[in-house]
Ligand binder design. Structure first.
Ligand SMILES: Cc1cc2nc3c(=O)[nH]c(=O)nc-3n(C[C@H](O)[C@H](O)[C@H](O)COP(=O)(O)OP(=O)(O)OC[C@H]3O[C@@H](n4cnc5c(N)ncnc54)[C@H](O)[C@@H]3O)c2cc1C
Length: 430
């Protein structure tokens, strides 16, 4: 197994370009377009502003890098995508300008794997071209973290499936051309064998958006992008079942694994941005006759921040490398994905709090981006599953490699081990 912490020089050149492009062309969008749907809604004014930027990205072969070349993407794999995302994540618009925004990136992977040729032509092609948006809808108002509580069902009726039930927090549904909806198709078996994913086209009779919630108190209530949806006898054709009936969670794994890593990759960008602000500030502010940067308690904050970010970043890149190596979400890969997913809100809390604190009143004002960053942390602890659930995955996988002690005392019990060591080397003492 080879280990390498270097980026090849051609790709490093691309990264250098991405860095300048993100700073000069993309980050200003955040200051102009502040609506929650702006980075994702293909009909927004922001989409028109992004159009020429997308063309530039395409001309440099950096568009939709997570997708294979056969579908028009760069096929760069997760490590390169990680290195890109730790720059793009500085802006809400970065991933969209580069064609790798959630949830479209994962939905495209599902369609590429499981869609019919007609579905690929109608939805996948424009999705990959960034012309339409899509939604992935699994959570229900009474059940998120525990799928066993899901009750939105689809029953077979002739050549159709008929969906009845409710979905909650379906991001971007309100401007999506299609939704991938997790439904229960067999109530007689455990949910992991009885759920399926169906493609529901925008405007299908029987699908109604009851309201759109927002995260945080930023907009008028109901003007967010997370839809509360009701399905009432919503009829879709049989071929809109993606993958096999009952294999919905297997199908979902195609996108959820990648999605969780991408959140973490973008979080590296946010963390670095917070550290940049922290460092500039402490080198600029004088108090009690010296720069903040010269005070040891500040230096401890800088050192801890640097070390934590580097550790987290390496863990994220290691996980990306594992995915590229195994090309599947096997147990080893899932353990690392779950570990970084659970680590993400914790490191963000610590680093962003420190950055705000070192800025004093300015840090919590609306005149620097830190408060916005702070407000976005809690969602990373629940989106794609709460931290507790991921920690359980990590712990269970770790424990699989261990066995209980065969004796009353542990295998590392010093008196027992010393007796064995004495039998081996004790004669040298005489
Ligand atoms: C910004 C945002 C966007 C989202 N977008 C989508 C989307 O596009 N599509 C979609 O389907 N869903 C989406 N969700 C929903 C998300 O997937 C759910 O919030 C998540 O799965 C948790 O479900 P819940 O909110 O119902 O919380 P619950 O299941 O009610 O859990 C609440 C809390 O209970 C505790 N808990 C739960 N289970 C356990 C356990 N096993 N052990 C210990 N404690 C536990 C945890 O503290 C957890 O945070 C989004 C959420 C957010 C915040």
């Amino acid at each position: 197994m080879s280990w390498n912490f270097e980026t090849d020089s051609d790709f490093q050149e691309q990264l250098n370009w991405i860095e300048v492009f993100t700073r000069d062309e993309i980050e200003p969008l955040d200051l102009v377009f502040r609506g929650p749907g702006d980075p994702f809604d293909p009909d927004s004014a922001a989409a028109r502003a992004m159009a020429p930027l997308k063309e530039e990205v395409k001309s440099r072969n950096l568009w939709a890098c997570h997708i294979g070349p056969e579908l028009g993407g760069g096929g760069y794999g997760q490590v390169k995508l990680g290195l890109m995302n730790e720059i793009l994540g500085r802006s809400r618009f970065g991933p969209t300008v580069f064609g790798c925004q959630a949830p479209d990136s994962g939905n495209a992977e599902i369609l590429a794997h499981f869609g019919t040729p007609e579905q690929k032509e109608k939805f996948l092609r424009p999705l990959l071209d960034g012309e339409i948006a899509s939604c992935y809808s699994m959570t229900e108002p009474q059940a998120g973290a525990d799928p066993a509580e899901f009750s939105c069902v689809a029953t077979r009726d002739g050549d159709d499936w008929v969906i009845n039930g409710e979905k909650w927090f379906a991001s971007h549904a309100r401007f999506s051309e299609f939704l991938l909806v997790m439904v229960v198709t067999n109530t007689d078996v455990p949910i992991h064998q009885g759920a399926s994913i169906m493609l529901v086209e925008k405007g299908t009779p029987g699908m109604e958006i009851l309201r759109n919630s927002a995260v945080g108190p930023y907009v008028e209530q109901g003007d967010g992008v997370h839809a509360y949806i009701r399905f009432t006898d919503c009829r879709i054709p049989a071929e809109n079942l993606l993958g096999e009936e009952g294999k919905g969670f297997l199908v979902a794994q195609t996108r959820l694994g990648g999605g969780r890593v991408h959140h973490a990759m973008r979080s590296v960008a946010v963390l670095k941005k917070a550290m940049d602000m922290m460092c500039e500030r402490v080198l600029s502010r004088t108090t009690k006759g010296e720069l903040l940067a010269n005070k040891q308690l500040t230096q401890e904050k800088i050192a801890d921040t640097y070390t934590q970010i580097l550790q987290y970043r390496l863990h994220v890149l290691y996980t990306a490398w594992l995915i590229d190596k195994h090309k599947e979400y096997n147990r080893e890969v899932r353990k690392e994905i779950a570990a970084i997913k659970a680590a993400t809100p914790k490191i963000l809390q610590e680093v962003i709090y420190r950055a705000m604190h070192l800025h004093g009143s300015l840090g919590m004002s609306d005149e620097v981006p830190l408060m916005n960053m702070w407000a976005n942390i809690p969602e990373l602890g629940v989106v794609d599953g709460p931290s507790e659930v991921h920690k359980v995955t990590v712990a269970r996988t770790v424990l699989r490699d261990y066995e209980p002690s065969p004796d009353l005392f542990p295998t590392y019990h010093t008196p027992t081990k010393r007796a064995a060591a004495m039998a081996k080397y004790g004669h040298f003492l005489n």
